[in-house]
Design a protein around this ligand. Structure first.
Ligand code: HEM
Length: 205
């Protein structure tokens, strides 16, 4: 943490924002993926429908980048906690344990989906249906557990960070947790409606 000219900068909070944006992108991915694979029962629309193709590409790329940025911070924090106790290794704390250990399973799911999405296209058309949903759940878990962990470390009895500057105050934690899902849903809905219009036009032809 550093303070310059009255502005406080904390790496942990920056990382929370990165995770929030990634979760927003993952929500958009869920909507476009769900529309193609479940509503239209044609996963190939993610390639053949111009709107879905562009959206799933763009937001998939953002979600991937944001995940790896967050993972980098998470892993360096983990190494610090294990070897130097900075940040403190809180093996007895439920919020630490709920966020840290399952994050390794999340990492496997996200890396798996990313790998097949970019390098094993045939496999993503087969497994994408359930692995896409699993990736969204993994992302949602990462956001909720990390934001919760962050906020708990700003309370007066555990002041590891100053109170949030860019995020909502702790009284609005519930809204802060919902925020990326809400925006992801709104943006995703706009994209899916545009994609659906295009499909209807194609069907009319
Ligand atoms: C039901 C949900 C989902 C389904 C069915 C699905 C399916 C697919 C398919 C079939 C592709 C290949 C498209 C192509 O031919 O280029 C793809 C690409 C991709 N997906 Fe998903 N996906 C889903 C959710 C997600 C989620 C939640 C994420 C990440 C948060 C994600 C990230 C990506 C990425 C990074 C790509 C590569 C984009 C590119 O080619 O540039 N997907 N997905």
């Amino acid at each position: 943490m550093a303070t310059t000219g009255g502005i406080t900068y904390t790496v942990a909070e920056f990382n929370t924002i990165i995770t929030m944006l990634g979760c927003l992108c993952a929500t958009i991915q869920l909507l476009t993926g769900y529309y193609a694979a479940y509503k239209k029962k044609k996963i190939g629309l993610l390639r053949s429908n111009e709107v879905l193709f562009r959206a799933h590409r763009a937001f998939g790329g953002f979600a991937t980048t944001l995940y790896f940025l967050g993972l980098f911070a998470g892993l360096t924090g983990f190494i610090g906690a294990v070897f130097f106790n900075v940040p403190p290794f809180e093996g007895g704390s439920p919020s630490f344990n709920i966020h840290v250990w399952p994050s390794f399973a999340v990492m496997v799911v996200v890396i798996w989906k990313t790998y097949i999405s970019y390098f094993k296209k045939k496999s993503v058309y087969k497994k994408g249906k359930w692995l896409g949903i699993a990736t969204f759940i993994a992302w949602a878990f990462t956001w909720i557990s990390s934001a919760f962990s962050y906020y708990l470390r700003t309370t007066p009895d555990n002041p590891q960070h100053p109170p949030p500057t860019y995020l909502m105050p702790i009284e609005l934690l519930w809204l802060q947790l919902l925020w990326p899902f809400l925006w992801g849903f709104i943006i995703g809905l706009v994209i899916v409606r545009a994609a659906d219009k295009l499909e209807k036009k194609k069907e009319e032809r």
